[in-house]
Design a protein around this ligand. Structure first.
Ligand SMILES: Cc1ncc(COP(=O)(O)O)c(C=O)c1O
Ligand SMILES: N[C@@H](CCCC[NH3+])C(=O)O
Length: 415
């Protein structure tokens, strides 16, 4: 489905014109489509029908309570990496026993709270973490369900900053040390081994690395079974890519069909932790042109969104689509679309052909994942509003940060 499309000469989110959203809520504003989030979640759930599974949305991709609530109502699970994400999921109505807890740096406090609420599984990333989890669980008199996150050493063929499954990355337990780690976990009285986990990177557009990692994990599951350690679920992480420009990533259905074929008759449940593929194309960042600046070398469109609102272009040189909300019938020019922040690296798009005037609205496409969640207050800019569209209705699911909030909690030195 296409949640964002042109009608009557302007861009709509479902049945709401983006110009009306800008009018009502101001800019910059993130706009999400409920129908698109639902459709992407259902693509995973439908492909997993008929077998035990959990689709755990990776909260890091978009942690807005409204968005999490849409997914919780569909019965989604959640993949979290911090206490903060845990509290968000609970506040949004997520079920604790569908939460998997990932991350290399879980504190004792993180573990305690997750044990108390009863998460589905801890994805443990080191042997020291196993020992710590044992201590915390023993003190509470509880049993911690665990998977070991295995680092299978496969090249995800993606940007180096978002590749996680190579032996030089900080994530997981090296696959050649995994069996010893499992034997240790099986000895610890307050741990219950239930799964194997891996996550090799993000924005993968090719199935081969996923299937390569899967083969290595299945071989490990078989070796563990021979030693009497029986794995109940396989968690393949997230990572499925989306189309930003001309990428042709496999669909969740194609991916899951290929995975199911390889399981054979092993009685394994499947867990996925998709983030980007659920929400990226369910969101845009709406921004307004403040100035057009023409120099001898370049044209700049200076807009009211900046790298503090959307970091991906500056941080990863990511190419993101950028389209006018109300296209003009006049000659286009080449523009660098930049924000007001005092850094040359503050750009949203470079060298785009656009017909623009001051005051025009633009939409940064595919901004629903790793957009608002990576925003900051750099240059003491307030964070954008977030709006969730459902059919003909638009709900402000996070209001714009106020000026007073920008320095709340800070204080002057005493006299
Ligand atoms: C452990 C883990 N699970 C899931 C995800 C979600 O990945 P993606 O948004 O690429 O689906 C990530 C981020 O890459 C991750 O680190
Ligand atoms: N922040 C990255 C994805 C990180 C994936 C997290 N493990 C991006 O915007 O592409």
């Amino acid at each position: 489905m296409e949640a964002f499309c042109y009608r009557d000469g302007q861009l709509f989110a479902e049945d709401v014109a983006l110009s009306a959203i800008a009018e009502r809520f101001g800019t910059p504003t993130y706009v999400y489509s409920r129908a698109q989030i639902q459709a992407q979640y259902q693509a995973y759930a439908a492909a997993l029908a008929g077998m035990p599974h959990l689709v755990c949305f990776a909260v890091k991709a978009n942690s807005n309570l409204g968005v999490l609530n849409v997914l919780a109502r569909l019965g989604a699970g959640f993949d979290i990496v911090s206490r903060g994400e845990l509290e968000r999921v609970l506040a949004a109505g997520g079920e604790p026993d569908k939460i998997v807890f990932s991350g290399v740096g879980k504190s004792r406090d993180d573990m305690r709270r997750a044990l108390e609420v009863g998460v589905h599984c801890f994805n443990v990333e080191s042997t020291d973490e196993l020992e710590r989890l044992q201590q915390v669980a023993a003190r509470l008199g509880l049993i911690a369900p665990v998977s070991l996150r295995v680092n299978p050493d496969v090249d995800a063929l993606t940007h180096p900053y978002i590749s996680t499954g190579l032996k030089e990355n900080k994530f997981g337990i090296a696959i050649d040390q995994a069996e010893a780690a499992y034997r240790r976990a099986a000895e610890l009285p307050n741990l219950q081994v239930i799964g194997v986990d891996c996550h090799i990177g993000s924005q993968l557009t090719n199935l081969a690395p996923f299937l390569d990692a899967l083969d290595r994990l299945l071989a490990l599951v078989d070796r563990l079974a021979a030693q009497g350690i029986h794995i109940r679920h396989l968690d393949l992480g997230g990572g499925l890519g989306v189309r930003y420009r001309d990428e042709q990533p496999p669909s969740p259905g194609d991916y899951i069909r290929a995975v199911r074929q390889r399981l054979g008759d092993r009685p394994l449940a499947l867990v996925f932790e998709p983030g980007r593929s659920i929400v990226a194309n369910a969101g845009v960042l709406l921004t307004r042109v403040e100035y057009l600046k023409h120099t001898a070398h370049k044209n700049f469109a200076i807009v009211d969104a900046a790298m503090n609102d959307m970091a991906r272009p500056s941080l990863y040189q990511a190419w993101m689509g950028l389209v006018p909300v109300q296209p003009r019938q006049q000659a286009a020019q080449h523009y660098d679309v930049v924000g007001p922040i005092c850094e040359t690296g503050d750009f949203l798009a470079k060298d785009r052909e656009l017909a623009l005037a001051e005051g025009d609205l633009l939409a940064v496409c595919s901004a629903g994942a790793y957009g608002f969640v990576m925003s900051s207050n750099y240059n003491t800019r307030g964070r954008a509003a977030e709006v969730l569209v459902d059919g003909a209705q638009a709900f402000e699911v996070r209001r714009r940060e106020t000026l007073a909030e920008l320095y709340a909690g800070e204080s002057l030195l005493p006299e």
